[in-house]
Ligand binder design. Structure first.
Ligand SMILES: [Zn+2]
Length: 84
């Protein structure tokens, strides 16, 4: 999906939300992770195939009040667990 090709129908008519996307109340679908007093904040990029309607969400680290953590930060975050 991120390469511009829909995994369902192989169309190249894939569009995504930009930095000022319209997901959620604050403009981004946000979620968080916490390790001790550190916080990682993440937004979501939504990809939509205009041909078949397939949608995919991808998490992306974001800057929120000066905090910025990579996705791997969630390995140590409380309230997050690996799917096994
Ligand atoms: Zn498609």
């Amino acid at each position: 999906m991120k390469n511009g090709i829909c995994p369902m129908c192989q169309s190249n008519e894939v569009y995504m939300t930009d930095d000022n996307n319209n997901l959620g109340e604050e403009g981004m679908l946000m979620f968080y992770g916490y390790v001790d007093r550190e916080m990682g904040a993440y937004a979501s990029d939504l990809y939509v195939c205009l041909t078949c309607g397939y949608m995919a969400l991808f998490a992306t680290p974001t800057v929120l009040k000066g905090k910025h953590k990579e996705l791997t930060f969630l390995k140590e975050a409380r309230d997050w667990k690996k799917v096994v």
